[in-house]
Design a protein around this ligand. Structure first.
Ligand code: NAD
Length: 494
């Protein structure tokens, strides 16, 4: 059957929808179930179980018991490796199903979901499966009459709270290194993107992950997520989401057991185009993709275009031309380039930013309106607003939608100043044919990643994470393993 036909006939929800996974059993939540609405047409897809604080405590206690009895934490590395590889195999076997489940509740265009979701998740599980038996302890350079051994141990129970934009990819960034190091996990997916992660949990059990090692609690952030943040028995909390929630999690940690918190937060990433860029037409196309794919719901989206005033008019014309080819469409259609906005409140928030930007003096170059209203779904035209000044709301705050702000600059120093003129520091792009300038910009921009003559590229070998109010703690690469291990010293008199 052709892929498109398959997509149209795949299940609407996993068998596990409406249940929590605790101790290997799929159980009801104590609170009233939540409706899951489809951003594609605004209609109800299914319901999600809502975990109460007591449900969350039970999940954490179950994870703790599983950790303490060693059913996973003390398995030989080769055994853990085999299970994680089996899970990666299952993700690949069920790739289309997983991608479609994710698209139905989060609205990402399927062409991108297929690449970024199951493809990336399987790769992440394989990467950490292969890494887990290459992590050594150390012998310290002590005086000869003692032996100082530095052990690396799993932390115990990891609480993971993830967002809705790429649930499988980001979920795997947390789950794979946590499980590889022998920890138990309690995972809290986003209310509007839980379905593919519930299916992933089913596959993890099928792959042979012992019951209780991975637990999944769905439900509202301010109830289920808060209970996890306040848990007295979760050792580490890893989070991807908004800065507002990140602040709350630090507060929960302070009010509970001082659990270590690693926060991957938002961005307002500058994409900087110099007049000496090697290929301005290619830069314009990339600038459109950098902000408009997944309807701008990408943490590293190039949401602030800073463009050399000398080429601004030509560049904007090329950008508008590239953007006009990217119309929003049904996320389940393989040819769609821009999917839906994840929820109605998010759509309203996007429209509010557009209205405020114009009220503050921004010039609407393209888009600005809701699209495909007749579908009942939540779609927004890709929107470009020029003449945005550094004090404007659109310059300073993350929209997390398909809205690009454009600001001109005249000198390299001015470009650097503008690039660093927000509280964020997640990603950046620089387009220039001057090698020295490229290196100067990489050093001067305060961000976790600076792309040069491209935007958004990465793989599992490099860390992803921000500085300043974009967070701490990096996902991906071997560096991520530090979050999921503790150091222990053995000081032995010889
Ligand atoms: P969000 O903060 O609203 O929600 C994220 C998760 O936190 C969800 O599971 C939610 O249920 C939970 N949550 C909400 N309130 C909570 C509370 N009071 N206590 C505990 N948990 C709570 O973020 P979102 O809207 O789902 O995601 C979008 C944000 O994520 C954007 O800011 C985006 O930039 C960011 N993001 C960052 C990265 C990165 O790697 N830095 C990657 C993707 C997304």
């Amino acid at each position: 059957m052709a892929t498109q036909t398959l997509i149209d006939h795949l299940a609407v929800a996993p068998v596990a929808a409406g249940r929590l996974l605790i101790g290997g059993d799929w159980v009801d939540g104590q609170d009233a179930p939540l409706p899951v609405l489809s951003p594609i047409n605004g209609r109800q897809l299914t319901t999600l179980a809502s975990a109460s604080a007591a449900d969350v405590d039970r999940a954490v206690a179950t994870a703790r018991a599983a950790f303490d009895d060693g059913r996973w934490s003390r398995q030989p590395p080769a055994a853990r490796k085999a299970v994680l590889h089996r899970l990666a195999d299952l993700i690949q076997t069920h790739a289309l199903e997983l991608a479609v489940l994710g698209v139905r509740d989060n609205g990402t265009e399927i062409s991108m979901a297929l690449r970024a979701e199951p493809g990336s998740a399987a790769g992440t599980f394989r990467y950490y499966a292969e890494a887990l038996d290459k992590v050594y302890g150390e012998i310290a350079p002590t005086a000869p009459d003692v032996l100082g051994l530095i052990h690396r141990e799993p932390v115990g129970v990891v609480a993971a709270i993830v967002p809705w934009n790429f649930p499988l990819m980001i979920g795997a960034w947390k789950l794979a290194p946590a499980l590889a190091m022998g920890n138990s996990v309690v995972l809290k997916p986003a209310e509007t993107a839980s379905l593919s992660l519930l299916r992933l949990a089913e596959l993890a059990l099928e792959a042979g992950l012992p019951p209780g090692v991975l637990n999944v609690v769905t439900g509202p952030g301010h109830v289920t997520g808060q209970a996890l943040g306040l848990s007295m028995d979760a050792d580490v909390l890893v989070f991807t989401g908004s800065g507002a929630t990140g602040r709350r999690l630090l507060d929960y940690s302070a009010r509970s057991n001082l659990k270590r918190c690693y926060l991957e937060l938002g961005g307002k990433s500058p994409n900087i185009v110099f007049a000496d860029a090697p290929d301005l037409a290619a830069a314009a196309k990339a600038a459109a993709t950098a902000i408009f794919r997944n309807a701008g719901q990408v943490c590293v989206a190039g949401s602030r275009l800073l463009v050399d005033r000398a080429v601004q008019d030509d560049f904007l014309a090329a950008l508008a031309q590239a953007t006009q080819k990217m119309t929003p469409g049904n996320p389940l259609d393989l040819s769609t380039q821009i999917g839906a906005v994840n929820s109605e409140p998010q759509l309203d928030r996007n429209l509010g930013f557009i209205a405020d930007a114009q009220a503050e003096g921004g010039r609407l170059v393209l888009g600005g309106h809701r699209a495909l209203v007749e579908t009942g779904g939540w779609y927004l035209e890709p929107t470009i607003i020029a003449d945005v000044a550094p004090h404007h709301r659109l310059f300073q705050h993350e929209v997390f939608g398909p809205v690009l702000s454009v600001t001109p600059f005249e000198t390299e120093a001015e470009a650097i100043g503008l690039a660093n003129a927000t509280d964020y520091g997640l990603a950046a792009g620089v387009w220039t044919g001057n090698l020295s300038r490229a290196h100067r910009m990489v050093r001067a921009i305060r961000a976790g990643v600076v792309h040069v003559n491209t935007y958004g590229g990465a793989d599992g070998t490099v860390p992803l994470g921000g500085v300043r109010q974009s967070g701490n703690g990096h996902d991906k690469s071997l560096h991520a393993l530090d979050k999921y291990t503790d150091l222990k010293t053995a000081w032995i008199q010889i």
